[in-house]
Design a protein around this ligand. Structure first.
Ligand code: LLP
Length: 420
């Protein structure tokens, strides 16, 4: 459910016509709905209300400061994967006691900054990393709280690029080596073992892989107990999918109903790292048709947004629904088209072989479900300034990131003296 609906003949975000945003902010731009974000967060949070839990919003999906501070106000923590994300999280007012730090390649500076900020824990991905964290904690003079990330070897049945829990994946520690690694961890002086972590992939549309992976984790927790290692936190990662087209992913409540009974009687706090399910359908990318072009074998709608603004179609072959901002335009005859951007790459498309109602140059289109892994994966390729982000709340438009200027494009670049 989201707040992008047709009303009085045009697409609205909450009480604001998208055409007003186009007029005031221009295209392309990302538009997020405040009430959708809040509703999604609360649905997830309240589904787990019967068990102690922390939601650590996976901020890699959308790391705008305004979005993060909205999450923090709702009581969310964050899952971070870099020093830059730690910086943003703290700046947005996220409580360090709800920050967990994942990723296979944390560097010593990032580890030090996170220890100094006193984050809740590191999700550790290898024994080499464990030793590195131990060394940095020794130099800071503290003990680092850690969870070990286990690779449960469960097929999440999603796109291979976003599967993370299989044996061949770079993520996590193999389940059959886990016990050994936990023993190493608890022998290190500056490490305090507090949890187990797993995340098997993204855009999961079934509950079963979550349950199977958790069962593996629980077996391990039991073995650890026998070895005197007491786990206080079980982190099941993120990954709950959303509807881009006709997927029917489980609701957070269904996930909670499947998972809660398995851990209710353990004295543990559940940590979850949802990203996409909170922000994905709370955002759209608005673009404008520039030209129509009849190629030899195909018809193209050339729009002002491109793969540098939203890379998911190019990178994963991902489907994003495209709707006209003017409702009546959606009733025109349909044609099969590619919706492409101005970037000089054949891979620059937002939709391929799509049956789309006729579009006229100058008309605005909404690329739906673009709130997660949209702006955050955008780039300046082809020297295209990154587009603005807008948050709509109570009938008002808030620009939460300004459109970049040409000056922004060259910021930090210098021409050395010998070239002048
Ligand atoms: N926790 C960990 C350790 C993760 O690696 C991820 C996502 C999440 C949580 C959040 O997963 P979510 O709830 O958003 O599915 N760029 C890709 C998705 C990459 C996901 C990476 N990890 C896309 O656009 O589909």
């Amino acid at each position: 459910m989201h707040d992008f609906v047709y009303r009085e003949g045009e697409l609205y975000c909450e009480q604001v016509p998208v055409s007003r945003i186009v007029k005031e902010v221009g295209t392309p731009c990302y538009v997020y709905s405040y009430s959708t974000l809040v509703r999604h967060f609360r649905a997830y949070d309240s589904a787990f209300k019967n068990i102690p839990h922390i939601i650590a919003f996976a901020m890699k999906s959308n790391s705008n400061l305004a979005i993060l501070s909205l999450m923090a106000k709702e009581g969310s923590g964050v899952d971070i994967v870099s020093g830059g994300e730690l910086y943003r999280a703290l700046k947005a007012g996220v409580s360090p006691s709800k920050i967990v730090f994942a990723g296979v390649g944390k560097n010593p500076d990032e580890i030090r900054d996170a220890l100094k900020a006193d984050i809740l824990m590191f999700n550790v991905e290898s024994s080499a990393e464990l030793r590195a964290i131990n060394d940095v904690a020794a130099s800071v003079g503290c003990r680092a709280r850690v969870a070990l990330r286990i690779n449960p070897d469960i097929d999440p049945k999603t796109h291979p690029y976003i599967s993370t829990g299989l044996k061949k994946s770079k993520f996590g520690i193999a389940a059959d080596r886990a016990l050994e690694e936990f023993k190493l961890a608890s022998s290190l002086k500056h490490i305090e073992v507090v949890g187990v972590h797993k995340h098997i992939g993204s855009q999961l549309t079934e509950v079963t892989p979550f349950v199977e992976a958790l069962k593996k984790v629980l077996k391990l927790v039991e073995l650890l107990k026998q070895d005197g290692i007491n786990i206080q936190y079980i982190n099941i990662g993120g990954g709950l999918g959303i509807t881009y087209s006709d997927e029917t992913p489980p609701l957070p409540q269904e996930l909670a109903d499947a998972i809660s009974p398995l851990i209710r009687d353990l004295k543990v706090t559940l940590i979850m790292e949802p990203g996409r399910v909170i922000v994905g359908n709370a955002g759209i990318l608005v673009t404008k048709a520039l030209y129509l072009k009849e190629g030899e074998a195909k018809s193209f709608v050339i729009v002002d947004a491109a793969m540098n603004d939203l890379i998911r179609p190019s990178l994963y072959g991902a489907y994003h629904e495209i709707r006209p901002v003017l409702e009546a335009a959606g009733h025109r005859p349909k044609h099969q088209v590619d919706v492409v951007g101005p970037v000089c790459e054949s891979g620059d498309f937002l939709a391929k072989d799509r049956s789309l109602a006729e579009v006229k140059p100058g008309e605005a289109l909404a690329v739906m479900s673009a709130g997660a892994y949209g702006f955050v994966m955008s780039s300046n390729y082809n020297s295209r300034p990154r587009v603005p982000e807008v948050l709509v709340k109570d009938g008002e438009i808030h620009v939460i990131r300004a459109r970049e200027t040409f000056d922004d494009l060259v910021k930090g670049e210098t021409i050395p003296g010998f070239l002048k």
